[in-house]
Design a protein around this ligand. Structure first.
Ligand code: GLC
Length: 739
């Protein structure tokens, strides 16, 4: 058969894609022409369906009647193929028969709960993260969901902020790659496939920089910092083809994000040419009255729509005011038409006009219950997320034939806690959560005697259980403790000023360590916690975050060596709340500390070491990796060239294992000051005992760009350092000059 030249194929595919888009746009225009003003405004109106409200609800009016009149474009928090079908049937009774969009917060799994996003970020495993989102989309779409309000891509440097659990940590480079992976996972082979859901990139923008880490608080920063640190993950998600964005509750530089034209019109829809639609966050349009940048709800509606907020989640400002604003010629119908067209286009792309019920298939929904492959994927993702923080005298891994093991702590037998925030509570409980206790029980030999003592509660101050816990520890050959937060102590509206181990848990740790027994302390939380006594005195520490449905099995695989921990921290751990914010990509200042304890007229706290308790990128393995022979293929780089850095990594320990090799750069002199380190690459390498590998990174001037004080994004010639290592501190370095 005659081969068709590639260029012809390529041009043909471009023509097909543009023809397809043209035909969708034609369909959208033809529907729009037939719509009344009420029906147009209806498409911009979203209500919570009430199955599991995720914000302050307004009990008003008969939503079914409004749906029938074409006054509702979307619902969130409606769960199940049956429930969504029933509501879609009502929408099909409306004059225009425009299908509803069903959205839900499928943040880290639907039926099968995966580790919380911050835990997944600790895996630095982009294919695994994409697969997690893919499975979530497959399960959710089978239950009638078209649209997930994820990925949350907010950069967070403040662990007092409860929503740090929902993102990918403090770094824009890692955060950008994870954002794109999650978008691809959710949207799969493209909208219109019945196992694809629309992604929704949130919260646009800079929500994670709330002053004091206090949720919903103000954000004020230079545009340079906004572009350098907080926007890159959003841009990466948009470039990955995200269908929608969600704006954020915070004000940014004096204007609430919901009414922020610079963010939504200039950057997102202008510079980035985003063709999807923007949904407000829950009630955020109406909340502009609290912010104080609008006079009333009509002004809020005007300001939000003008600024580029297309759909109104739960505030009713659009429904109650837009028609009057149009009639009084205070707002142009073209603005409403643009928002409506953006929403209709996604409904066409999802295939909902062809078949409004294509996602409401109860049989397919049932096939997704207790999906063994999904549970296995969740266990693997959980294993990859567990961070080994300390392992003195190689107390870990434990032997499966241990004679007596005491399991102590309020989270050993905890069940739902393991799912963390933004998880679903199934009434039928068809997906069984594996507790830490069960995981260990499944793992140890029949001859192992397992003792249990809760010891204390998560938050309360009772020490009544200490004696029983100490007694159990004394009888054991090894003690495994599981302490930490409650599953809902991190998440939305969960900011805390004190992020130590809650209650009297660290006293319990101290009492158990005092028995002299070997103690492994596992910490479960949705954020970095402060636990200095434990960190300094426990011989072994594992950070479990919240690991989801398969938590216990993953924990046991790590405890007993069936999985060699490989995770690396995506966020710095502070020594005290007073040290916050502490992050690795900071500036040098004019008086940098010479070492960890230098306080002599330098930028430091006189009562605290200068470094974080655990640095960004840190995580241990049961084996050891030695880094040597760092080299560059050139020391002087022309702007038109690439440069390659190579290093040898050797597994010098007794276990095969995976290492995440990290590459950082430092631009020594810039027209504006540059961070002391910036992550610019990483590679995961698996090495058998004694094995060595050379790992190379190649980069160009494109990787050296930054925003100058004119907001121009470019590189500047000069001296650079590159650093390579297994975390952001213990690194080998080399220098080069960019001509
Ligand atoms: C919440 C959250 C947002 C979520 C939305 C719908 O307030 O801020 O992330 O997607 O409302 O539940």
């Amino acid at each position: 058969m005659k081969k068709i030249p590639f260029t012809l194929l390529f041009l043909g595919s471009l023509f097909y894609a543009s023809a397809q888009k043209k035909s969708t746009d034609q369909k959208v225009d033809s529907v729009l022409r037939m719509m009344t003003l009420t029906e147009k405004i209806g498409q911009l109106n979203q209500y919570s369906g009430g199955d599991d409200d995720t914000g302050p609800t307004t009990k008003d009016g008969d939503k079914h009647n409004q749906i029938k009149k074409g006054m509702v474009g979307s619902l969130l928090n409606v769960t199940g193929a049956k429930a969504t079908r029933a509501l879609q049937e009502i929408a099909m009774q409306s004059r225009m028969k425009i299908p509803l969009l069903f959205g839900q917060d499928v943040i880290h799994g639907y039926r099968t709960t995966f580790p919380i996003p911050l835990a997944e970020a600790a895996s630095w495993d982009l294919p695994a993260i994409e697969r997690s989102a893919r499975i979530a989309a497959t399960e959710a779409s089978a239950a009638g969901i078209h649209w997930t309000f994820a990925p949350m891509v907010d950069i967070a440097r403040d662990p007092r902020w409860g929503r740090i659990m929902e993102g990918a940590g403090e770094d824009p480079y890692l955060g950008s790659l994870i954002a794109a992976a999650r978008v691809k996972g959710f949207q799969g082979n493209g909208l219109g496939n019945t196992n694809a859901v629309m992604a929704c990139v949130k919260h646009f923008a800079a929500y994670g920089a709330a002053v004091g880490g206090r949720d919903y608080n103000s954000v004020d920063m230079s545009l340079r910092q906004l572009h350098e640190i907080y926007l890159p993950p959003f841009k990466a998600a948009a470039e990955a083809g995200a269908a929608t964005f969600m704006n954020s509750f915070n004000d940014l530089n004096g204007t609430p994000a919901t009414g922020n034209k610079y963010l939504q019109r200039n950057i997102l829809k202008g510079e980035w040419k985003f063709s999807g639609f923007v949904v407000s966050d829950w009630g955020s349009i109406g909340e502009m009255l609290n912010h104080g940048n609008v006079r009333d709800s009509a002004d809020a509606a005007f300001t939000a729509l003008t600024a580029g907020s297309d759909m109104d989640m739960e505030s009713r400002c659009y429904k109650n005011n837009l028609a009057t604003l149009v009639k009084d010629k205070k707002i142009k119908i073209e603005l409403i038409d643009d928002a409506v067209k953006r929403i209709l286009r996604k409904k066409f792309e999802m295939g909902l006009f062809d078949d409004p019920y294509k996602f409401c298939n109860e049989q397919r929904e049932n096939e997704q219950r207790n999906n063994i492959q999904n549970l296995l994927a969740a266990k693997i993702m959980a294993e990859k997320s567990i961070v080994l923080l300390k392992n003195e005298n190689n107390i870990l891994p434990l032997s499966k034939n241990i004679k007596t093991i005491a399991c102590i702590g309020p989270l050993i037998k905890a069940v739902r806690e393991n799912l963390g925030f933004w998880s679903f509570q199934w009434q039928d409980d068809t997906v069984k959560i594996v507790t830490v206790w069960e995981g260990i029980k499944n793992k140890v030999s029949a001859g192992t005697n397992m003792l249990y003592a809760k010891g204390c509660g998560i938050k309360d101050s009772s020490r009544a259980g200490f004696a029983e816990a100490i007694a159990a520890a004394v009888k054991a050959d090894v003690v495994v403790m599981n302490v930490g937060e409650a599953g809902d102590m991190s998440g939305e509206a969960k900011s805390r000023s004190n992020i130590g181990l809650p209650g009297v848990q660290e006293e319990l740790v101290k009492a158990i360590i005092a028995t002299g027994k070997p103690v492994v302390v596992m910490i479960s939380a949705g954020r970095p916690l402060i636990f200095n006594y434990t960190a300094d005195n426990a011989p072994a520490i594992i950070y479990n975050w919240w690991l989801g449905t398969q938590a216990g099995n993953a924990v046991a695989d790590v405890l007993f060596g069936d999985y060699n921990p490989s995770a690396k921290l995506p966020v710095s751990f502070p020594r005290t709340e007073g040290q916050i914010p502490v992050y690795y990509n900071h500036f040098n200042t004019g008086r940098p500390a010479a070492n960890d304890s230098d306080v002599n007229y330098v930028s430091a706290y006189t009562d605290l070491l200068n470094s974080p308790k655990y640095p960004f990128g840190y995580g241990l393995s049961y084996t050891n990796f030695a880094y040597s022979n760092i080299s560059l293929d050139k020391n002087i780089m022309a702007a038109t060239e690439k440069i390659s850095a190579t290093i040898t990594i050797t597994n010098t320990g007794n276990f095969a294992g995976e290492e995440t090799v990290q590459l950082y750069i430092r631009d020594m002199v810039g027209s504006v000051i540059r961070p002391v380190k910036e992550l610019k690459g990483f590679q995961k390498v698996f090495l058998q005992k004694g094995e060595s590998k050379n790992v190379s990174f190649t980069f160009s001037t494109a990787d050296l760009r930054f925003y100058n004080d004119q907001l121009q994004y470019n590189y500047e010639p000069g001296n650079f350092k590159i650093f390579i290592g297994g975390n952001s501190v213990d690194v080998k370095e080399k220098e080069f000059i960019l001509k």
